[in-house]
Write a protein that binds this ligand. Structure first.
Ligand code: IPD
Length: 282
């Protein structure tokens, strides 16, 4: 049982590297940019091409497995996590960064069985950093083991969040209000890298104490969740309690105490679940 799912993880690493090379190539030329749920929720032809490449490769090698991919769900595919081995894919996390050539863009591949995450692969392809985490086996970046920061004093912490892609005034008000409260704890600072997957890897690597966001999707955080917990970190819902992958809410931190302190200041706001169509039909 020791190497259960190792062949799948090796495949995820290989395909993430290949996908990352395609993304790097497409950074140079003309980009076709389209809007999804808001004028700031963007997708490019590269996101779609890379997702097709990743999915075709997984289907060829693991034809019985299930797939959840950002662009397929946008195109109307269901977003349902069953007990079947399931690959949860963000082909290009940090699409806005990609469009602006802001250099934090990742391929994110999580893998769950019986609804439990088994491994995660995040390839930060411009930095050429391959982050991996496997349940019970630790987390690594380019082969070097990762460990979260040991800083548990919130006042000496660096926190990561994002402004999200909603431009609804009420949502933006909640986001800024949470940031203001956290900043004034006070903390050392707040950062936004523009990729949820990379944000989580930064927590795993000890470069920040916590990351939180409302509005992300399961494909943004599945891989990062394994990497954070295997680096010794904790995952939580923004109102405390366990992380629910489909809830579109996450806190990832180096410790329970930092996570719980952040949770006290976050103003939660409604975000439609990723599996809403399943929940609706239940
Ligand atoms: C987005 C990024 C961003 C986060 C958004 C995500 P995408 O993913 O992770 O940092 O703030 O919530 O949707 O659209 O670039 O794959």
């Amino acid at each position: 049982m020791a190497d259960l799912w190792q062949d799948a993880m090796d495949h995820a690493v290989a395909i993430a590297r290949k996908a990352g090379a395609v993304i790097r190539d497409h950074l140079q030329g003309e980009m076709t940019v389209m809007c999804k749920s808001s004028p700031a929720d963007l997708v490019t032809a590269t996101d779609q091409k890379v997702e097709e490449l990743i999915m075709a490769s997984i289907m060829e090698k693991f034809p019985t497995h299930s797939l959840i991919g950002e662009e397929s769900v946008s195109a109307g595919q269901p977003c349902i996590l069953t007990d079947n081995p399931t690959w949860i894919i963000d082909p290009l996390d940090g699409t806005t960064n990609f469009i602006h050539r802001f250099p934090f863009v990742a391929v994110s591949i999580g893998f769950a069985v019986n609804k439990e995450l088994e491994f995660g692969v995040v390839y930060s392809c411009i930095e050429d950093k391959m982050y991996t985490g496997k349940r019970g086996k630790g987390a690594f970046c380019n082969g070097k083991q990762l460990q979260v920061s040991g800083q548990t004093d919130i006042k000496q912490s660096l926190i990561i969040t994002e402004l999200g892609s909603s431009r609804d005034a009420e949502v933006v008000r909640h986001i800024f209000s949470s940031m203001q409260k956290i900043l004034c704890i006070p903390v050392h600072g707040i950062r936004c890298a523009g990729s949820a997957a990379i944000n989580m890897c930064l927590v795993a690597a000890g470069a920040a104490e916590a990351y939180y966001e409302i509005g992300i999707h399961c494909w943004d955080i599945s891989a990062g969740a394994v990497i954070v917990s295997e680096a010794g970190g904790v995952l939580m819902d923004v109102e405390g309690g366990p992380l629910d992958l489909m809830s579109r809410r996450v806190v990832a931190a180096n410790s329970k105490s930092v996570a719980e302190r952040i949770v006290k200041e976050i103003e939660a706001f409604p975000a439609e679940r990723d599996d809403v169509s399943e929940a609706g039909s239940a």
